[in-house]
Design a protein around this ligand. Structure first.
Ligand SMILES: Cc1cc2nc3c(=O)[nH]c(=O)nc-3n(C[C@H](O)[C@H](O)[C@H](O)COP(=O)(O)OP(=O)(O)OC[C@H]3O[C@@H](n4cnc5c(N)ncnc54)[C@H](O)[C@@H]3O)c2cc1C
Length: 422
């Protein structure tokens, strides 16, 4: 039997960046929300993931008034370096499109949002288990779960938002005859390391060579992030520190060029690549945002940024929907229908997807496909294919030159990488 029930406008499954930002922006518009999250707050705070924030993402953090430290602790990058067979070309974002990106780790974004939500007494349940969402095709959708103390709980809402990441259970609630799963995989993965060393370079270096891809990134003054292309079934423990740094240095090429700053490796991970889009992103009283609705390979640094652009598109549409609902509820209250009979009807009657949520799905998917294209294109430009021949390698070199020799090509890269305006 459910012991504790909360009633809110919007129930949110998943307390990552998409879920927390949605909850905060809804609250700013007078819409109540409750969030459940299956991991502990501590675990998420220490999970290293995205690091590059587009200009529109940074603006959202600043405008959300969550005391984000992005402008004080983040690092502005006015450009990036693309390297092919040791030849380096800088893409000057500011000169080309007048925007920058910011290096500000995802766990810092999470810290800002989680701290703000809890400071503002927002309802959040960490470490939940047995999450179930019911009634998304009715006017009374609800979430049931077991909280960290083992108590059965329920959240009743007018709308459920699924921000439960790439293995989303919410997504599967959209019936298969309505949902299209667009999917492609790649024949390689990224081997990622965190190492205790100062930055190798002031900006990111995306490097390709005959032995594959590497990315020289940063985290802070003492810890650095680097990746290199590997097989998806690579065992991280089979690679020694020396072998890892030698391999990345070889991708960078140039003995007289960039020299890696080496240091003790404190984390090794293998990150598989896939592209996925769920269409539509809304059905009945459910909307999806962030990785729950789509995933991209990390080459274009789009994942976290797409999660935020979904939220930008979603929040005004949720406000529109809740306002319409309140207006109708006011009219119904004035009639002689009893509250009890309308509650029963709410759980029994099938409802259509509200028009504002249909519009959200269309708007968000337009941007998602632009980002899918950029991520797919950049991935194929910069990675070695398993069946690579001298022809395919030289052809990609021709493509690299066509992009980096031309101001229009560089501007395409800069515009896509730093984030299109809405
Ligand atoms: C190694 C790595 C590097 C990356 N680098 C970049 C980058 O440089 N730039 C970039 O833009 N993106 C990057 N990404 C992608 C980025 O991290 C994701 O796109 C981003 O986390 C999406 O945010 P989200 O809130 O949608 O999903 P998530 O951050 O995955 O949050 C979803 C949350 O839902 C919770 N959850 C799941 N199921 C349930 C359930 N049943 N009940 C309750 N809670 C649930 C999960 O525990 C999770 O905390 C990277 C990802 C990885 C893994």
């Amino acid at each position: 039997m459910t012991e504790h029930t909360t009633r809110v406008d919007v129930g949110i499954v998943g307390g990552g960046p998409a879920g927390l930002m949605t909850a905060l922006l809804l609250k700013r518009r007078g819409i109540s929300a409750a969030v459940i999250e299956s991991r502990s707050e501590e675990t998420i705070r220490h999970t290293q993931r995205a690091g590059i924030l587009e200009a529109p993402t940074v603006n959202m953090l600043v405008e959300a008034e969550v005391d984000s430290r992005v402008l004080t602790h983040g690092h502005e990058h006015e450009g990036t370096v693309l390297s092919f067979d040791g030849i380096q070309r800088r893409i000057d974002f500011q000169a080309l499109v007048g925007r920058s990106v910011w290096l500000y780790p995802q766990n810092e974004v999470f810290h800002d949002l989680a701290t703000a939500w809890q400071r503002e007494s927002g309802e959040i349940h960490w470490s939940v288990t047995e999450t179930a969402v019911e009634g998304i095709e009715t006017a009374a959708p609800r979430i049931s779960f077991t909280d960290a103390q083992g108590r059965a709980r329920r959240i009743e809402a007018d709308l459920i938002i699924g921000t439960d990441g790439s293995r989303s259970m919410c997504r599967k609630l959209i019936p298969e005859d309505i949902r299209t799963d667009h999917f492609t995989s790649y024949p390689f993965a990224w081997f990622g390391i965190l190492c205790e060393a100062p930055p190798t370079a002031p900006e990111l270096i995306y490097a390709n060579s005959e032995i594959g891809f590497a990315l020289i990134s940063q985290r802070n003054e003492t810890v650095q992030r680097m990746y290199f292309q590997c097989d998806p079934d690579t065992d991280p423990e089979a690679w020694s520190e020396e072998a890892i740094f030698d391999h990345i240095q070889q991708v960078l090429g140039a003995e007289d060029g960039v020299q890696l700053k080496r240091g003790p490796i404190i984390e090794k991970t293998v990150l598989p690549f896939r592209s996925y889009v769920c269409d539509p992103l809304s059905h009945g009283r459910l909307a999806l945002a962030g990785d729950a609705g789509h995933t991209v390979p990390p080459t274009g640094a789009k994942g976290l940024n797409l999660a935020f652009s979904d939220v930008r598109a979603l929040v005004p549409r949720v406000e529109e929907f809740i306002t319409e609902l309140r207006t109708h509820a006011g009219v119904a209250d004035a009639s002689d229908e009893t509250a009890a009979s309308s509650d029963v009807a709410a759980t029994a009657v099938t409802v259509e997807t509200p028009e504002p949520l249909r519009r959200y799905s269309r708007t968000a998917l337009d941007r998602v496909w632009k980002a899918q294209n950029f991520s797919y294109w950049a991935t194929n430009l910069l990675h070695r294919q398993p069946e690579e021949t001298s022809f395919t390698h030289k052809r990609r070199r021709g493509e690299f030159d066509a992009i980096t020799d031309s101001v229009h090509g560089r501007a395409y890269f800069a515009d896509s990488y730093t984030g299109w305006s809405d």
